[in-house]
Design a binder for this molecule. Structure first.
Ligand SMILES: NC(=O)c1ccc[n+]([C@@H]2O[C@H](COP(=O)([O-])OP(=O)(O)OC[C@H]3O[C@@H](n4cnc5c(N)ncnc54)[C@H](OP(=O)(O)O)[C@@H]3O)[C@@H](O)[C@H]2O)c1
Length: 369
């Protein structure tokens, strides 16, 4: 018996602009699969439960002439990103129906999987080691995280965003109690966890986001000062509430220049991402004009790539962050979009300033168990 097997295809490179659902990302409902009889060839068949729209997927859509930290997405193939899936059938030893798998896979309802890299075991401190080769689809078995969190936590605090916030702060922040950190895009998946980790370190936190609801959310997470950058200019907020010891940059562009202005001597800048520039041609991006301040103030500027820190800081992350969650000191929130057919919209919304009005990490529910 055939079952519909819809997918989201990467149909066309978007150049420097925002991807358009239906043009660059196309929902294709034409395919079907025989779930009982499809050959597994020694692999296993998964059903996708959730997928995670993330900014790095935009980087994978770049033109072939542009080099970067990740491989290029393949035109005509389904999108590949982080998914949570459940095993339906298996010919692979150690993989059984009902097992939950997390990792890079197709944005489609059902997939015959060739890869399975290992087992994530929080108790034993065994964690995934994703490489930057995002063409390789790799799934890892995951267990219910201590039986008390929803699976979607693997996309927020227990996944890439949590790891990014933890690794960046530990590797480069050099945080000292009483210092002040400014976090742009503070209501994002990364920013919302970072606010809490920074408070745990005894930092005073200033955070900004693109809506009043997000400002309330950032306050609820512990931000000492939270503001809407659309109604309060960043410079005005930092003039009133600075100076800064650390600037965590999630947005790039003008925000970096303004933060440099308000950093103290020996301040640190952690460049985590530049989402304001991902859909803008290089000639139209904001050039930072005050780099001479870096020298005058002896600032340290770091470029962060989370995968680089997994081996060194991953074990500490998996020891410390689930414990902070259990104590209620770090919380996470995911907001859900229902249906694979809405995945492209959820992704593109997230790429826009003030875009996702919902709070917390965007997650797309593809199927319910
Ligand atoms: N270095 C690494 O290893 C690493 C790993 C993961 C993520 N990142 C980066 O971290 C940042 C946050 O990622 P995330 O997954 O946490 O994001 P997210 O939860 O998907 O949130 C993205 C948010 O960015 C803001 N935004 C979008 N376009 C913007 C623009 N033009 N100007 C200002 N803000 C804009 C929007 O919030 P507002 O309402 O605030 O506008 C949007 O909701 C991104 O830059 C991402 O690339 C880096």
């Amino acid at each position: 018996m055939l079952t519909p097997n819809p997918r989201v295809v990467f149909a066309k490179r978007p150049g420097t602009g925002l991807p358009v659902p239906g043009e660059h990302l196309v929902y294709d409902a034409s395919r079907s699969i025989d779930l009982e009889a499809v050959p597994l060839n020694g692999g296993f068949l998964t059903e996708t439960l959730m997928l995670s729209p993330e900014p790095f997927l935009r980087e994978r859509m770049r033109d072939l002439s542009v080099d970067s930290y990740s491989t290029h997405a393949v035109v005509g193939a389904p999108m590949v990103g982080f998914v949570l899936a459940v095993v339906l059938r298996s010919e692979k030893e150690g993989v059984n129906p009902g097992d939950h798998m997390l990792g890079l896979s197709h944005w489609e309802a059902y997939t015959v999987q060739p890869y399975m890299e290992g087992r994530v075991d929080f108790k034993a401190g065994k964690y995934p080691d994703w490489t930057e080769d995002t063409d390789a689809m790799a799934l890892y078995q995951v267990g219910d995280p201590k039986g008390i969190y929803p699976w979607s936590r693997y996309f927020s605090v227990l996944g890439g965003p949590g790891l990014t916030a933890f690794c960046g702060l530990e590797a480069y922040g050099d945080p000292k109690k009483g210092e002040t950190i400014y976090i742009s895009s503070g209501a994002s998946a990364v920013g919302s966890i970072l606010i809490q980790l920074a408070k745990e370190k005894g930092l005073r936190v200033i955070a900004s986001a693109g809506s009043d609801a997000k400002v309330e959310y950032m306050r609820s997470l512990g931000a000492d000062v939270a503001f809407n950058y659309k109604t309060t200019p960043i410079a005005a907020a930092l003039k009133e509430h600075g100076p800064l010891d650390i600037y965590w940059d999630n947005v790039g562009g003008e925000a970096v220049e303004i933060a440099i202005e308000y950093l103290r001597l020996h301040g640190r800048v952690i460049l985590c991402g530049a989402i304001s520039e991902y859909n803008v041609a290089p000639k139209d991006r904001h050039g930072v004009k005050n780099l001479s301040e870096v020298c005058k103030k002896r600032l340290r500027i770091y470029g962060l790539m989370v995968a680089e820190h997994m081996a060194t800081l991953g074990p500490r992350f998996f020891a410390e962050v689930p414990a902070l969650m259990a104590q209620g000191k770090v919380t996470a929130r995911e907001t859900f979009t229902e249906g694979l057919e809405n995945a492209a919209d959820a992704f593109v919304k997230m790429l826009q300033a003030g875009g996702a009005e919902e709070l917390g990490k965007p997650v797309v529910i593809v199927a319910k168990e």
